[in-house]
Write a protein that binds this ligand. Structure first.
Ligand SMILES: C[S@@+](CC[C@H](N)C(=O)[O-])C[C@H]1O[C@@H](n2cnc3c(N)ncnc32)[C@H](O)[C@@H]1O
Length: 311
C-alpha cells in the first residue's frame, strides 16, 4: 500500500521507549511486544507507528481500561462492562466472581459514601465522564490506581465556563467522601485541580464502548438500545489506544467483543513506519459535519488526507 506523505517517517523526532506494558497485552500465542511504537510528530503531538508490516485484519494489540464505568441505560457488569441482558440498568451487578473480586478495592470505598447528590447531578446534566472520575478516585483511595494514572494523556483545552461547571461536580464528589469519613490523608490528592486535570484528559481520550459480539440476547438488547439512542455499555479510558491519532479514512480500528477489553485491529495492509490511525467519529458524515464534530468534541482541525482534499 502506498504511504501517504502525511504518514511519512520524516515526522519522527524522538521515539519513546515502550513504557506501557501494563496497559496492553499481546495475543496469548506470542509473548513478543506489539508491532508498534509511540513517537513525537511535528504536527499532531505523539502518534503510533508500525515497527513492521501489519496485514489487513491482524490484531495489533489488546488493551485493558485504565478506568471504565457502565452506562446508566444498558445493563452491564460493573467491573468489565460485559452486557447483562437479564439485569436492569442502574443496578450494580457483576458478571462473575472474578469481576466482583477484581473490583473489591474501589467498590468497598464507593459503598462507604452516599452518592445520591453526585449521581443526581450527573444524571440531570447528562454527564457521564464525572462517573469515570468518581471511579478513578475510589481506585486511588483503595490503592488500586495511582492519582497520576492519566497524567500522561493529552488534556483538552477548557473554556472558563466548563471549568466552573467542573468545580460544582468536584464539590459534590469531595463532599461525598468527606461525609463518608474517609481519612484526610487518603483524599489529600482529591483537589479541585486534580479533578479538572483528570476530566480534561477524559474528555479527549474516553472511548464510548459498543460491544460487537456476544449472545443473541445481547445483540437484541443492543438493537433495542440503538433505537432508543444508547447502544453503549459504558465509557473507558485506555493508555496506549489514546496515542492513536484520528483519520477520517483510518487504517486501524478499535473494537470490543465481550467487554471493555479493547482490540486494536488493522483495517488494511500497513507498511513499516506508517502511522496507525483510528477514526474517532462516524466517518460516513460529510466533510463539514466531521470538521465541526472534531473541532467541537476534540478541539482540533483534522489534518487527515481526506479532510485536506475537502472530501
Ligand atoms: C487522543 S489524542 C491522540 C494522541 C495525541 N496526539 C497525543 O500526543 O497524546 C487526540 C489529540 O491528538 C491530536 N490529533 C489527533 N488526530 C488528529 C488529526 N487528524 N489532525 C490534527 N490533530 C489530531 C489532537 O490534538 C487531538 O486532540
Amino acid at each position: 500500500m502506498a504511504v501517504p506523505s502525511l504518514f511519512s517517517r520524516r515526522f519522527f523526532r524522538k521515539p519513546f521507549t515502550l513504557f506501557f506494558y501494563s496497559s496492553f497485552s499481546t495475543t496469548a500465542a506470542t509473548s513478543s511486544p506489539p508491532p508498534i511504537h509511540v513517537a513525537l510528530t511535528e504536527s499532531v503531538g505523539r502518534a503510533v507507528f508500525a515497527t513492521r508490516p501489519i496485514g489487513s485484519g491482524d490484531l495489533i494489540h489488546t488493551a485493558t481500561p485504565a478506568v471504565c464505568h457502565p452506562s446508566s441505560t444498558r445493563a452491564a457488569c460493573y467491573s468489565c462492562l460485559a452486557a447483562l441482558p437479564h439485569s436492569q440498568p442502574h443496578t450494580v451487578t457483576f458478571c462473575s466472581q472474578l469481576c466482583r473480586q477484581r473490583s473489591k478495592g474501589y467498590f468497598d470505598v464507593e459503598m462507604k459514601a452516599n452518592w445520591v447528590a453526585f449521581d443526581d447531578y450527573c444524571r440531570t446534566h447528562g454527564l457521564k465522564y464525572p462517573l469515570l472520575v468518581k471511579r478513578l478516585a475510589c481506585m486511588v483511595i483503595s490503592g488500586d490506581a495511582s492519582s497520576d494514572t492519566l497524567d500522561i494523556l493529552q488534556p483538552a483545552n477548557l473554556i472558563p465556563e466548563t471549568v466552573l461547571e467542573m468545580e460544582e461536580e468536584f464539590v459534590l464528589l469531595r463532599n461525598a467522601f468527606t461525609k463518608a469519613l474517609i481519612a484526610d490523608e487518603h483524599i489529600a490528592f482529591l483537589t479541585k485541580q486534580w479533578y479538572i486535570n483528570v476530566l480534561a484528559r477524559i474528555r479527549i481520550n474516553a472511548f464510548r464502548i459498543e460491544l460487537a459480539g456476544g449472545l443473541y440476547e445481547d445483540l437484541l438488547a443492543s438493537a433495542v438500545a440503538s433505537v432508543e439512542a444508547e447502544a453503549a455499555v459504558g465509557n473507558a479510558v485506555y493508555i496506549l489506544p489514546s496515542f492513536y491519532n484520528h483519520d477520517c479514512d483510518p487504517n486501524a480500528h478499535i473494537i470490543w467483543i465481550n467487554n471493555a477489553d479493547a482490540k486494536l485491529k488493522a483495517l488494511r495492509d500497513i507498511d513499516e513506519g506508517e502511522e496507525l490511525r483510528i477514526c474517532y467519529i462516524d466517518a460516513s458524515l460529510d466533510h463539514d459535519a466531521r470538521r465541526e464534530l472534531l473541532l467541537r468534541g476534540f478541539g482540533f482541525q483534522c489534518n487527515c488526507s481526506r479532510c485536506l482534499h475537502g472530501d
